[in-house]
Design a binder for this molecule. Structure first.
Ligand SMILES: Cc1cc2nc3c(=O)[nH]c(=O)nc-3n(C[C@H](O)[C@H](O)[C@H](O)COP(=O)(O)OP(=O)(O)OC[C@H]3O[C@@H](n4cnc5c(N)ncnc54)[C@H](O)[C@@H]3O)c2cc1C
Length: 371
């Protein structure tokens, strides 16, 4: 098969890699030159975990991704994942806790629930708020998004893929059983098309009556303190939420920098219009979360960046064939939690493109109204 892939970020790069491994001809396109900092896949690190507050249906997908990362590490010859374990703190009814526990049960995942005293005993620098409970996902850790995208694209290229960077898709159309994709440089024919354009997907899905919302988020790095080593060898990845704080992730220090990212800014924008500059108030909010839950751990603010979520109406992935053109497969897997699945999501998109009898998962299908 000759498969065109539009968007070579986390999901599209993975799709290109898996297609190339299967011996198919891949022609990929990106608006920029991935990995880059314009979309959703930058900022050095992403949390992965086996538990899925998003729902038990995500567990097999993340398990498949956990199986694929070592394969990519082998061919790339570099480390792409560091297991640190993960500590998740929230009120018991919060979906971070309740949803994660519900996902662990049917899949028999190892999970440790810790009372506040146990949390403090194990991590003395942690100060949970009253009412928070904690659980530990021992499989959790850090993925390196830029390295992963680079490795997937390099492997796809080595297997014969042609990747056109800085060459955005302008349009596509079905031609018989195949597709034709238009860029400013030419017209390309393929048997299949995978659309994985991340924060640029809204226009595509608006044509099907689905509204995606692009949300502006910020990332912040603070200096690791010499008196408080906080590297991946000693610190877990942390996610904390309480009544006053949106779920906030804190990453162990990489190259001396501790990263903080807060979920759910509620600031909706577009990939074209997003304000890239980070405001002083946003840095102060990140600092306040550190001061509240990990006082004394982080030093001076080092730098910040903006990043984009692409949110679906029900908060779940959309991974399906186009309702009118089954040779076109689309994936909108962000909602702020998509990276950990991306190797498996890319593979799933590839399989939906290649295997006409493979049904799309009911959990991630396009709504019936689009059919
Ligand atoms: C602040 C932040 C923190 C996050 N933290 C986590 C985390 O800890 N764990 C986790 O699992 N997930 C996390 N996520 C989510 C995760 O990073 C995303 O779900 C994932 O990276 C999205 O990948 P994507 O392929 O959909 O988008 P992208 O990687 O952005 O890829 C889309 C690509 O399409 C290209 N493109 C756009 N238009 C066109 C066109 N017309 N033609 C060709 N190419 C085009 C773009 O240039 C881009 O390269 C976080 C996201 C953010 C923003």
């Amino acid at each position: 098969m000759r498969v065109l892939v539009a968007g070579l970020g986390a999901v599209g790069a993975a799709a290109a890699w898996r297609l190339a491994e299967l011996g198919h001809e891949v022609v990929g396109f990106d608006r920029f030159a991935p990995p880059h900092a314009q979309g959703s896949t930058h900022g050095d690190s992403r949390i992965t975990r086996l538990t899925a507050w998003e729902g038990p249906q995500y567990v097999p997908l993340v398990q498949r991704a956990f199986a694929l990362w070592p394969e990519l590490e082998r061919v790339a010859g570099e480390r792409l994942f560091v297991r640190t374990g993960g500590v998740f703190l929230a009120p018991p009814a919060d979906r971070l806790v309740a949803g994660s526990l519900a996902s662990a049960l049917p899949h028999g995942l190892a999970l440790e629930v810790l009372a506040q005293a146990q949390l403090r005993e194990r991590w003395p620098w942690l100060t949970p708020s009253v009412g928070q409970v904690g659980f530990v996902d021992p499989a959790a850790g850090i993925l390196f998004p830029e390295r992963i995208v680079r490795a997937e694209l390099a492997r796809a290229r080595a297997l014969g893929a042609t990747l056109h960077v800085d060459e955005p898709m302008l349009s596509w159309r079905a031609v018989g059983d195949g597709v034709e994709l238009q860029t400013a440089r030419g017209t390309y024919r393929g048997d299949r098309l995978i659309l994985a354009t991340g924060a640029w997907m809204p226009a595509e899905l608006a044509a099907l009556g689905i509204t995606l919302q692009v949300e502006r988020l910020t990332l912040h790095w603070f200096a690791e303190q010499p008196a408080h080593p906080f590297g991946p060898e000693s610190a877990p990845v942390l996610v904390m939420a309480d009544e006053d704080t949106h779920a906030t992730a804190v990453f162990p220090a990489l190259h001396g920098a501790i990263k903080v990212a807060t979920h759910g800014s509620g600031e909706f924008t577009t990939a074209e219009a997003v304000e890239r500059a980070v405001r002083p108030q946003e840095i102060a909010s990140a600092r306040a979360v550190l001061d509240r839950f990990l006082p004394r751990v982080a030093g001076a603010h080092l730098r910040s960046a903006t990043c984009l979520y692409t949110n679906t109406p029900d908060g779940h992935f959309l991974v399906d064939r186009h309702p009118r053109h089954p040779q076109v497969v689309l994936g909108s897997p962000c909602n702020g939690f998509g990276f950990k699945f991306s190797a498996a999501t890319g593979e799933l998109l590839a399989r939906l493109a290649l295997e006409p009898d493979l049904p799309a998962s009911p959990a991630w299908r396009l709504p019936a109204t689009t059919r």
